[in-house]
Design a protein around this ligand. Sequence first.
Ligand code: SAH
Length: 335
Amino acid sequence: MNIKAFTREERAEYLKQLGQPKFREKQIFEWICRGAASAEEMSNLPASLRQQLDMESAEIELEQLSKSDGTRKFLLRFTDGNTAEAVFMKYDYGNSLCLSTQIGCNMGCSFCASTIGGKIRDLKAWEILDEYIVIRKHVGEDINHIVLMGMGEPLDNYEEVSAFLKLMHDPDGIGLSYRNMTLSTCGIVPGIERLGDEFPQLSLAISLHASNQEKRAALMPVAKRWSIDELIAVCRRHSEKTGRRITFEYTLIRGKNDSPADAAELAGLLSGMLCHVNLIPLNPVKETGMQGADRQAAKEFAERLERLGIPATVRRELGRDIDAACGQLRKKTLV
Ligand code: SAH
């Protein structure tokens, strides 16, 4: 009975069965969020209760530190032995942590290492929270921004991910504001719709990567299920409904989606929407054979978008020396 592996309601029920008063659950949740390693540390609980409680956490299996920018990439081992990645990054505005939501991924994007081998399983809400808790304790610094941009498709694990967001926001624990949480999706249209209703303050990022249906479907199988037109339509509704700026991620792949014509088509597609384009030169994954656009081409692509009225930036490629692209580190350890 791992005391972490419950929803708050389930934990309260379990404690009730042990004959404990109601406030115990809050005490334990506070300890969990503070990074307690075992029930022994929970000094405001009676010793007899502490002895009854088991606790297991995710463990850091591997850490890679980028010499160039302080990015730290972690491979975490969950209690069932499966592994997933998380990345700690430093920005001017504070520290950010990129979290995984699944072990592997089913989405099949052709340039991405996370999806090679498919999805093993969904992560539970408490396990996603555990990634944050374990890493924050390990780095010993506050982390005031999270992005769900690690392994997995968060909207393909909606229930656990939404429970996780609520746990992160819970004032009894970490209490992070929804604005400081970003969910990134490859474009699961009904999930985006639901997210806008249930978490209107959350920051939304869309992995777009192409400016028309044909090119997108060639890179991302999800586009065959929900077309680029349906995706853009739900994004327009989302930004109108929530008043929030949507980030479109666009990975520049040499010779595939990085021409001036691609930039012009992209500007047309996004025209008039409250949005921002984040350009990322592809981090090459050995298995895919694709190459990234060079820095200069990326800069020109961004300038072209800007001239056409679409705010765009080239993302700093943090951690390039440490396999920081989605799924690369885990992949390496599996072979
Ligand atoms: N499944 C979600 C969450 C993953 S986010 C999503 O698709 O948005 C990870 C981001 O990194 C996505 O934008 C993904 O398309 C991108 N990505 C994956 N592999 C990459 C690579 N090799 N180089 C650059 N970006 C990559």
